[in-house]
Design a protein around this ligand. Structure first.
Ligand SMILES: Cc1cc2nc3c(=O)[nH]c(=O)nc-3n(C[C@H](O)[C@H](O)[C@H](O)COP(=O)(O)OP(=O)(O)OC[C@H]3O[C@@H](n4cnc5c(N)ncnc54)[C@H](O)[C@@H]3O)c2cc1C
Length: 420
């Protein structure tokens, strides 16, 4: 099987990183096609973990990203009554071991940095390209776009996210996104609206459990001027249907009623932190609402000359904060497999699958496990969760200053050490 030319569908983290790694490590030529008319992301801010930051360093963008995001990795847990249940640094051990920590960054800033570096490598993304069909004749793969243009290459990378057309049209039409039962409401607000007493408390990630779900707040720029707050909670599938229109009715309700709903959730919040959370809600004028979907595990990741990367293959709930890092790991591994031009595509794709399956499964299971703490509970359930967390923090502190838990195991993993 020839593999001199590739088509990359999707200009998100997986697509751009795959392009950059191919440019860095192979002689393969490629074109990146993106559906939207310009670089676009979901709103909000994402967290990047050490394993992902190390790969971004290898792409040459880590230092630039650090100038755009907030790298304070402390997690401070507050009770609703206002006391601090504990403080931990989830990535301290990883940071010490590998030199990379944590970064919270506005999504669009992250993509801008990646795209700027890609442009410097001579990579341009073709926008407004909606994939319409894929024809794999065994010798090459041809795509047709909505505007009537076509392209043919030796292989195709489907980096087009959870609702992937590459997966639906060709690789595995039987796999469809499933709603997880958890949704996220949130906003980014200027710290200047919050007053000095609130801003002085805001360093790292602040978490408060409530009976309805989990409230989190954190700065997402280097100078603590932009504050992201999110509320993750159980939301049943809307009666109006599990599709865009069905959610639109529910989304409107959430977005229009967020202030009264959130102030009701936080009604019993006390102390300085309780007042800070309420102030954040009061000072927010608009929110975004995301129902969280995932892909069922076990679908095909490749067929013929097409391979899925990132969310197109294995979208998982964001509660292990590993989605982007998983896409980067995919991209890096694939480029290493393609470095050896003696291998067949079949061999490359199946080796990719073999190396990635267990790792992705383990991270996705952790994300599912973490989702439990976002679910609705009664007063005793909340008390139990808070006690369990206090006890865990006490245990970690007593055992040593660093947490060596599952998150640390995921964080220190280096995909480039996998034998290919
Ligand atoms: C609410 C929420 C919070 C999250 N928080 C985090 C976090 O803190 N940390 C983290 O690491 N991850 C987080 N994630 C997960 C993370 O966003 C994804 O894992 C990551 O964006 C996957 O990158 P991707 O490139 O595979 O897919 P995407 O980011 O979805 O990019 C896919 C791209 O393909 C394009 N596309 C789609 N269809 C087509 C088509 N037919 N033709 C051409 N182009 C197409 C899209 O427009 C898009 O640009 C979060 C996810 C959600 C929903």
């Amino acid at each position: 099987m020839q593999r001199k030319k590739a088509i990359i569908i999707g200009g998100g983290p997986a697509g751009v990183a795959a392009a950059m790694y191919l440019r860095q490590r192979t002689q393969i030529s490629f074109t990146v096609y993106e559906l939207r008319p310009e670089p676009t992301t979901l709103g909000g801010a994402i967290a990047l973990m050490p394993n992902g930051l190390r790969l971004l360093d290898r792409l040459g963008v880590h230092d630039r990203l650090l100038t755009k995001g907030n790298s304070c990795s402390s997690v401070i847990l507050h009770s609703l009554q206002g006391s601090v249940l504990g403080e931990i640094d989830r990535v301290a051990a990883a940071k010490e071991e590998m030199g990379f920590g944590y970064l919270r960054i506005i999504r669009s800033e992250f993509l801008d940095v990646l795209l700027e570096a890609a442009r410097n490598d001579g990579i341009e993304v073709q926008y407004s390209k909606r994939l319409k069909s894929i024809t794999d004749d065994g010798n090459s793969v041809t795509v047709e776009f909505g505007d009537g243009t076509t392209d043919t290459a030796d292989f195709l990378l489907g980096c087009d996210g959870i609702h992937s057309s590459v997966r639906r049209l060709y690789v595995d039409p039987n796999i469809n996104p499933e709603y997880t039962g958890v949704s996220i409401l949130g906003s980014i607000i200027p710290a200047s609206l919050l007053g000095e007493s609130v801003v002085s408390q805001l360093r790292g990630t602040h978490i408060t459990m409530t009976q309805e779900g989990m409230f989190m707040a954190m700065p997402c720029d280097p100078s603590n001027e932009k504050i992201l707050w999110v509320f993750q909670k159980e939301v049943p599938l809307p009666k109006s249907g599990d599709d865009r229109d069905g959610w639109e009715v529910h989304r409107k309700k959430e977005v229009e009623g967020f202030k009264s709903q959130m102030l009701e959730v936080l009604r019993d919040a006390e102390g300085e932190w309780g007042a800070a959370m309420k102030r954040m809600i009061e000072q927010t004028s608009t929110v975004q609402f995301y129902p969280i979907y995932k892909l069922p595990f076990g679908g095909k990741w490749f067929r013929g000359r097409c391979l899925l990367l990132g969310d197109a293959a294995h979208a998982m709930p964001p509660h292990a904060v590993q989605g982007v890092s998983m896409a980067l790991e995919d991209a890096s591994l694939l480029s290493r497999l393609l470095e050896n031009d003696q291998r067949s595509l079949d061999d490359i794709f199946s080796t990719f699958d073999k190396i990635r399956r267990d790792r992705v499964k383990e991270v996705a299971s952790q994300a599912e496990k973490n989702a439990q703490s976002r679910k609705r509970t009664g007063p005793w359930g909340l008390w139990f969760k808070e006690m369990a967390i206090s006890f865990a923090i006490w245990g970690y502190t007593a055992l040593g200053k660093h947490i060596r838990n599952a998150e640390n195991k995921f964080a220190v993993y280096d995909i480039d050490k996998e034998e290919v």
